[in-house]
Design a protein around this ligand. Structure first.
Ligand SMILES: Nc1ncnc2c1ncn2[C@@H]1O[C@H](COP(=O)(O)OP(=O)(O)O)[C@@H](O)[C@H]1O
Ligand code: SF4
Ligand SMILES: [Mg+2]
Length: 335
């Protein structure tokens, strides 16, 4: 249960309010993130799902203040344990990044330097934020590798990234993100490149880590099968907006937004990740039928339940326990 506001209860580990991020485009402004809000409690895993181009990565980059011009965050707040971190100066933000909120990318080589030993770079990451001896930094690195289930962690510290398998490299990236016991980790498609059984092992470790350390995870993926059994809660993004949210079990068992219905339906019982959306019309690019300023439901060109009213802003329909969908005619209702 979300604590009632104003009761002095612990604020969420990570909260995003009304985030908007835009890019100039040839056909006008691209609203990559268009009013996204969510909160993640300590030890909670929030799955942010949606197909490619829906705005998931830009959401992650925006939280960390990593949007490059001409991209621009035009609205919204990001709070870490109730403290606003957007609008901080470059150096203040750099102190927070890595230490209080860390990021894990699809390609671990975005964070791992190929020409340095694992131990050298992890120790440098420790010492970037904490004044400890080299030996103490190496010991912290070794401990972090053990925590993510890497066998013979001391020997692995001597390895170069290319000497490890893809799954091991991604574990190293997660271990590096965990070095400072951050309040939150943003993981952007971190297991997409890995085979299914390795993905499963890593996700099981992450579930355990979230429980044991209290770190909040924003787990970004285009693949609903990957997060359905791991996440506590889900936010489904379409065209820059969160169109459905709720406890993961409720969203998977009874999806309400027609887009989520299609996503859930496209997850075969065999759990082949990365499945397409077979029953959806191909549709237009996710910036929507009427261009960037379209206030109607942007899914209406692909939606089997669409009616003329769908060209007007969809209301937020509630289904209990924080489960909501932005839709005029949610599934399972006669509306
Ligand atoms: N650097 C950029 N310049 C222009 N448009 C961008 C840039 N980065 C992302 N976008 C646009 O923002 C939208 C969301 O992108 P992204 O967040 O990467 O999607 P996802 O991670 O869900 O696949 C897309 O329409 C994409 O084209
Ligand atoms: S608002 Fe209309 S078009 Fe959009 S998802 Fe709901 S039924 Fe479909
Ligand atoms: Mg992405």
């Amino acid at each position: 249960m979300e604590p009632a506001p104003g009761t002095g209860a612990t604020p969420p580990a990570l909260e995003v309010r009304g985030l908007r991020t835009q890019f100039p485009g040839r056909a006008g402004v691209v609203r990559a993130v268009d009013g996204v809000s969510f909160s993640i409690r300590r030890g909670e895993i929030l799955g942010l799902v949606g197909e490619s181009g829906s705005g998931k990565s830009v959401t992650g980059f925006s939280i960390l203040g990593l949007v490059e011009p001409p991209g621009r965050i035009t609205a919204g707040q990001v709070l870490l344990e109730g403290r606003p971190i957007n609008g901080l100066s470059g150096s203040a933000l750099r102190r927070i990044r890595g230490a209080e909120v860390a990021m894990v990318f699809q390609d671990p080589l975005m964070t791992l330097n190929p020409v340095l030993r694992i131990g050298t770079q992890m120790a440098a990451a420790v010492r970037a934020h904490d004044r400890v001896s080299r030996a103490a930094a190496w010991a912290r690195a070794e401990e972090a590798l053990a925590v993510v289930g890497i066998p013979s962690p001391r020997a692995r510290l001597e390895s170069y990234p290319h000497q490890l398998s893809g799954g091991m490299r991604q574990r190293v990236a997660i271990a590096t993100a965990l070095l400072h016991r951050p309040k939150a980790i943003i993981a952007d498609e971190p297991t997409t490149a890995l085979d299914v059984s390795i993905q499963g092992q890593i996700l099981a470790e992450v579930r355990r880590l979230a429980d044991a350390t209290g770190t909040a995870f924003l787990w970004i993926t285009h693949d609903l099968a990957v997060v359905s059994s791991l996440a506590d809660a889900l936010c489904v993004m379409y065209a820059g907006r969160v169109v459905e949210r709720g406890p993961a079990s409720a969203v998977i068992a009874a999806p309400r937004h027609p887009y989520t219905v299609a996503l859930v339906g496209s997850v075969p019982s065999g759990h082949a990740p990365g499945a397409r959306l077979p029953q959806l019309a191909a549709g237009l690019p996710p910036q929507g039928p009427g261009g960037a300023a379209d206030a109607g439901c942007l899914f209406r060109t692909r939606c089997p339940r669409a009616t003329p009213v769908c060209a007007t802003p969809p209301p937020e329909a509630g289904f209990g326990a924080g489960h909501t969908a932005l839709c005029h005619h949610p599934a399972g209702t006669t509306a």
